[in-house]
Design a protein around this ligand. Structure first.
Ligand SMILES: *Cc1c(COP(=O)(O)O)cnc(C)c1O
Length: 221
């Protein structure tokens, strides 16, 4: 029997392709990050078997509990950290993940830089922007993007490849997606991680190069 997640993975991929066509974009330029947080290794296996290779997790500890096992069984997995990172988990995160999307303050940028050096590992990095300037949300303020990117580059030698955001809930996301796209362009960054289950098509319209889709694939959490 085919897992429901595999059926839904196919449907989401088709919707990504359709959104790309509608907005004159090559589907090859949009990566689907399947967000598997809270789901078990056994829930994830069928999705891997169906060919999906890029996954997102929001907690280091939880990811550590399932991905080393899955990596032993499937080649070519690319794992993204999409949740907040504490400095005391930086070593573990750098060892486990391929991409960290939540670089959001000097202290964590320093810790990541030090660990990448110590472990001789090059991760791909995104800066998280608090695009709605919400007090409770992680991310640097939009107006500090340039200063923070310069700090990462000049002080730490980090190559940041893009920007990531989570727009405010219960508001239409379009203006936030457009704002993040403008910030990335202004700072010469080509990658944009934005869009989740409820709004990935709008994100693609605004230039997302990766979308992070969880519940629409794996089911509700
Ligand atoms: C959980 C999560 C997602 C996926 O959300 P869905 O609505 O389930 O698609 C995307 N991005 C981040 C940062 C998340 O924590």
């Amino acid at each position: 029997m085919t897992s429901g997640a595999v059926t839904r993975l196919g449907e989401i991929s088709a919707r990504i392709d359709a959104a790309c066509r509608e907005h004159g974009r090559d589907p090859e330029t949009v990566t689907l990050v399947a967000v598997s947080k809270t789901f078990s290794a056994d829930d994830i296996r069928p999705v891997l078997a169906a060919g999906q290779r890029v996954f997102g997790e929001n907690r280091v500890q939880e990811a550590q509990g399932k991905w080393p096992l899955l990596r032993a069984d499937f080649r070519g997995i690319e794992l993204h950290l999409i949740g907040p990172l504490q400095s005391n988990k930086a070593a573990q995160a750098v060892a486990l993940f391929d991409v960290i999307e939540t670089v959001d303050r000097e202290k964590i940028a320093r810790a990541i830089a030090a660990e990448m050096k110590a472990q001789a590992r090059q991760l791909r990095l995104y800066v998280q922007v608090n695009i709605g300037e919400e007090p409770q949300k992680a991310g640097i303020n939009p107006e500090d993007t340039g200063t923070f990117l310069a700090f990462c580059r000049d002080e730490l030698g980090l190559a940041i490849e893009g920007l990531m955001c989570i727009p405010p809930a219960n508001e239409s996301p379009e203006t936030y997606f457009e704002h993040l796209a403008t910030l990335a362009k202004d700072h010469g960054l080509r990658r944009l991680s934005m869009g989740m289950s409820g709004d990935f098509e709008a994100a693609i319209a605004s230039g997302a190069t990766s979308v992070r889709v969880g519940s629409a694939i794996f089911g509700s959490r």
